[in-house]
Design a protein around this ligand. Sequence first.
Ligand SMILES: C[S@@+](CC[C@H](N)C(=O)[O-])C[C@H]1O[C@@H](n2cnc3c(N)ncnc32)[C@H](O)[C@@H]1O
Length: 202
Amino acid sequence: MGSDFVGIRGAVRAGRYSRSTRLEVAIGGYCGKRIIDLGSGTGQFAAEFAYRGAEVTCIDVSATYLSMVRQRMNNMGVMAHLVTGYMDHVTRLTDGAFDAAFCHVSWYYCMNDLTFAKRIVAALRPGGVALIRANIDAFEVARSPIRSLSYWLNQHMFLKIGHPHPPRGRIAFAFRRLGATEISTNYDDPLVDVVLARKLPS
Ligand SMILES: C[S@@+](CC[C@H](N)C(=O)[O-])C[C@H]1O[C@@H](n2cnc3c(N)ncnc32)[C@H](O)[C@@H]1O
């Protein structure tokens, strides 16, 4: 890592760079690849993908964030398809055309862990890759009784109310049970699940 990455802002940039590179390696380069950023926020990752040659789609419920994506992309001389909507509806955009789906700390906003994984896989072409990085339940330890109930319902009944973070291993489980993906995980961070799922050729 070069001297470019110094201090807190540098560490953030370094993290972004390494995640972006991880996806790039997994899909064999960004050039011409179709990538969807699920819950893109202001698009710092999406802009990086586009800058490196990908055709990027950002989906987010926030039109304000998407206008910030547009501004960011303009500033960098790149562009993206911007979709205001729920990431759970990703299959309304495609029947399997994306080379990659990227979901960075937005997973907990999905409506259901199992169906979200299923829809992500459906949106990928065979051989396509999903890279998920998500905070897990340990991220939120101080919980009110209502919040604890929300976590319990998701953990034991797969019912989501109020955006609980998933339990450790839930995301990998959701992909694995589909039987259509090859999965690798990284649980080095006690608060974060990183899952890379590759859709197998049918
Ligand atoms: C914690 S931010 C993460 C943003 C970005 N991925 C990043 O890493 O900086 C979560 C994002 O998900 C968006 N969001 C929340 N619920 C959503 C949903 N159901 N569908 C799509 N986006 C959603 C929010 O507007 C926000 O931009």
